[in-house]
Design a protein. Structure first.
Length: 80
């Protein structure tokens, strides 16, 4: 029981440290306006997001399929 309580506190502290570290990152300086890119960069940067979302969604579907497969196979074993 004591081990689980200690693990909870450690996880809470780690999440708080990650949150603090995430907010303490420096912002990039704005473009002065006399270069080829005039104006502010888009919010969140200019990185493409589409392929990363596709990869994460496909991994989630594969993981869910694995869970369903194991659940069905366990139910078949219990019936026998």
């Amino acid at each position: 029981m004591k081990k689980k309580t200690i693990q909870k506190y450690i996880m809470i502290v780690l999440f708080q440290l990650f949150a603090i570290a995430g907010f303490s990152q420096m912002m990039s300086p704005n473009n002065p306006g006399n270069g080829p890119q005039s104006g502010d960069p888009p919010l969140g940067g200019g990185a493409p997001v589409g392929s990363g979302i596709f990869i994460l969604m496909s991994l989630g579907v594969a993981y869910g399929g694995k869970k369903v497969f194991h659940l069905v196979s366990q139910n078949k074993r219990k019936e026998e």
